[in-house]
Design a protein around this ligand. Sequence first.
Ligand code: FAD
Length: 497
Amino acid sequence: MSAEFDIFIIGGGINGCGIARDAVGRGYSVALCEMNDLASGTSSGSTKLVHGGLRYLEHYEFRLVREALSEREVLWKTAPHIIWPLRFTLPYLQGLRPAWFLRLGLFIYDHIGGRKKLPATKTVNLTKEPAGAPLKPGINKGFEYSDCWVNDARLVVLNAQDAAEKGAQIETRTRCTRARRENGIWHITTQNLKTKEEKTLTARILVNASGPWVDDVLGTSLGDNEARNVRLVQGSHIVVPKMFDHDRCYIFQNADERIIFAIPYEQDYTLIGTTDQDFNGDVNDISISDAEVTYLCEAASEYFTKPIKETDVVWTYSGVRPLYDDGASKAQEATRDYVLRQDGKKGEAPLLNVFGGKITTYRRLAESMLEKIEAALGKKKPRWTANSILPGGDFDPEEFDALVDKFALKYPFLERKVAWRFVRSYGTKAWELLDGITSSDDMGEDFGAGLTEQEVKYLMKNEWAQTAEDVVWRRGKLGIRMSEEQIAGLNAWMNKE
Ligand code: FAD
């Protein structure tokens, strides 16, 4: 029996969307369903680093670290508007990891990942560097190294957008409720959660990329109620008014052997995270606990001269890591590597499950998944994503400022920081977003924080945005600057559109 699609993917997080894009670009027909908004699961709750994971070296995860490090420059080139290099300062504190140990770790980090453009590690005298200024007296020595920043939720949306432009069918607010094999193919039932409409589609391969829900999907949609493949580990972040003026990030070691980051965020803020604790609650309802807020405030206050209080916190977010359950005793020791498992007997339609995986390694994970898909369906076209560009990313990564200048010249009525935000969010697509606009008045209603009708309409038409939350917390982060009334006003407006 022939099927409508080669591949059906459950889950519109980074892994589902990354696989969809790679597969459709190789000539397979692809459909993907996401029960909520794109990136509404773990993929918008990360620390937003494209990094090798210095800490994973301590757990001997050399394969993962090497692969992740080499992705930094590949992804930066692919989407230079939403991914860019960051310098990290790692202060040395007596009584924690010894200096020789940190230096050795950083030496390995610098050399196993094929670094070409990112600057190398160095030792820094914090009494002389701007990065030392906000730190407590006595923190005199440290190290510096490079990783990258990524706007995680936008990375997901851009993968979905590129996949759709290449012909993939992407449906949001659509849940997979059942999947069964019949006559050698998959029959997949989905329900649109807004209209309640049910549909059954057919596909030759089913990919379960539902992140923290992966075992849940195996149970409710596929009848495997015993599935226990992932260990759910909650991580939370706090956002506070900015703690420092320079552009460095900090990686702080804590007395409990964990680390936390303090990262410049959205120009006026500092992002601090994360925590690491086993999660046994409802995955659909995750939020930071008071204990996590206190932990993060106290851990960062060990380093900053100005202590951080719970009342400084302006926003928080939490996510659940769907880590492959390798039986590690502590949450922070569980592997961050991914495992792809094929289920199904010979001759049966394959089910391919994704367990674990980082934002950083999503492209490589998709390539590994494509190897399995090619083995089942036959090879069509070669690998292509390593030298590809995501929507809006078609400019020289080292010429970002020049692109903002060009944009500001074309739209002189925009304040410089607004022009900057447009180019950071949309890259060269910013021109498309403002096509035909000649004055601020043309932008329509201002919903607050400079978010206008023109931008919201673009997001609804091109990026699957349906609610205010999709716009102000995932496609962008203007929610931090908006009041609850303004967000409610935007929601009401979007409902009428
Ligand atoms: P998800 O993003 O959760 O996507 C799964 C999707 O499936 C969800 O959107 C869900 O709604 C959908 N779904 C579930 N069931 C169904 C169904 N029945 N039908 C339809 N759709 C369904 N990685 C990094 O590289 N760098 C970092 O700095 C980093 N920091 C992190 C910090 C924290 C606190 C956490 C929690 C994770 C961090 N990660 C980081 C890891 C990274 O965020 C995740 O590994 C990655 O986002 C997982 O993506 P995913 O697509 O597998 O899952």
